[in-house]
Design a protein. Structure first.
Length: 376
């Protein structure tokens, strides 16, 4: 059987994840978790299909075996990727909420306290109202944080997938270096990057941020039909994933040769990033390297203000999610832990440098290892 149609981890890893969720549910006095976030479903059960936009969720009881609820078109993927045998399918002629209600009643009963992932995009307002109408006697408590907290710290197998994704991302960046020149369009460049990513093993083509000219000075630019000009600055972030575990990094590309000022700015930014990363290790507050980034950028007058986050966690991500919610910015209150994985970046005057890093016992490991310099 092709690898993608099997669970991505050993069964024991899924059992361990579910046991940790169940322990939290019992501590909170909850009889079950209704996990609607697609990443939660995949993380806990192994089930993955690109059809996760239709109504699907997992019922994780405080005691016992989880049950999956999803559309019947996903039966093949459930049978080959879900590590738990209990599943209930609805068809397009059914009322999916009636099926969902039957499963919840069977597993939870009535007049019970249940946790539900209210922050899940999959559970939109209309779906939540439909469930509440059919289950008026259940007491729902927001439990959006339960699985998210577990996902912060990765297993070694998860990090291995992210290391594979980083390698694919590097292939995509090399394709950009080999292709970028005056006279081709951003779209043509993106096509070469995407092809390289897929050939190198990425589940998705990317490319991530790709913007030239004026848009290179602003984050989140997407490729267009704009034709690259000589001396253009190109802002490029290459994103890749292996089994939808992500890695990404940014490099600036200057067409037609870089000036001395360009090289000085690039060197300064790399040194700032090195100083910030030198402070990263387990037990260190995220505000410490975050402040190093910000204080250096402002004290050197590289920008009049700097409001972007400087770290955010990466792991299992399914569109539309592009990052996990753990972020470093002024006022954040979390500490680095071993085996967390982050994208850390700074973007100043269109020059973006970033890495995907894993937190180690005594510091960090760069998963993205592409040469760190201005590409010109």
């Amino acid at each position: 059987m092709i690898e993608i149609y099997q669970p991505w981890f050993p069964r024991d890893e899924y059992l361990h994840r579910v046991e940790r969720v169940q322990r939290t549910l019992r501590e909170r006095g909850l009889s079950a978790l209704l996990a609607f976030q697609p990443e939660s479903v995949t993380y806990l059960t192994g089930f993955y299909s690109r059809g996760y936009g239709a109504l699907q969720f997992a019922v994780i009881p405080a005691e016992g075996t989880p049950c999956l609820v999803c559309r019947d078109t996903e039966r093949f993927y459930v049978e080959h990727s879900c590590v738990f045998p209990d599943a209930r399918f609805w068809s397009d002629r059914d009322d999916p909420f009636a099926v969902a209600t039957e499963v919840i009643r069977r597993m939870v009963g009535r007049d019970e306290q249940v946790g539900i992932e209210l922050e899940a995009w999959q559970l939109n307002a209309a779906r939540y109202q439909a469930l509440c109408k059919k289950l008026p006697d259940l007491y729902c408590q927001d439990a959006s944080d339960v699985v998210l907290r577990l996902r912060r710290v990765k297993s070694l197998t998860e990090i291995a997938y992210q290391r594979r994704a980083a390698s694919a991302a590097e292939a995509g960046m090399q394709a950009a270096v080999d292709t970028a020149r005056a006279g081709i369009s951003e779209r043509e460049l993106a096509a070469e990057v995407c092809a390289a990513l897929v050939r190198a093993g990425s589940d998705q083509p990317g490319p991530g941020v790709l913007a030239s000219g004026e848009r290179a000075l602003h984050l989140h630019g997407d490729y267009s039909d704009r034709v690259l000009d000589s001396h253009d600055l190109l802002q490029l972030e290459v994103r890749a994933c292996a089994h939808h575990y992500h890695a990404r990094f940014m490099r600036p590309i200057r067409l037609g040769g870089a000036s001395e000022a360009d090289h000085r700015l690039a060197e300064t930014l790399i040194n700032i990033q090195d100083e910030a990363l030198a402070a990263v290790r387990p037990g260190v507050p995220a505000t410490v390297p975050d402040a190093i980034y910000r204080d250096a950028i402002l004290s050197k007058r590289l920008a009049s203000s700097y409001t972007s986050k400087t770290f955010y966690s990466l792991g299992l991500l399914l569109a539309p999610c592009s990052g996990e919610p753990l972020e470093a910015a002024p006022g954040c209150d979390w500490l680095f832990e071993e085996n967390m994985v982050f994208h850390t970046y700074l973007l100043v005057q269109g020059f973006g440098f970033s890495e995907t890093i894993a937190i180690t016992a005594d510091g960090h490991e760069r998963l993205t290892r592409f040469p760190r310099s201005l590409i010109a």
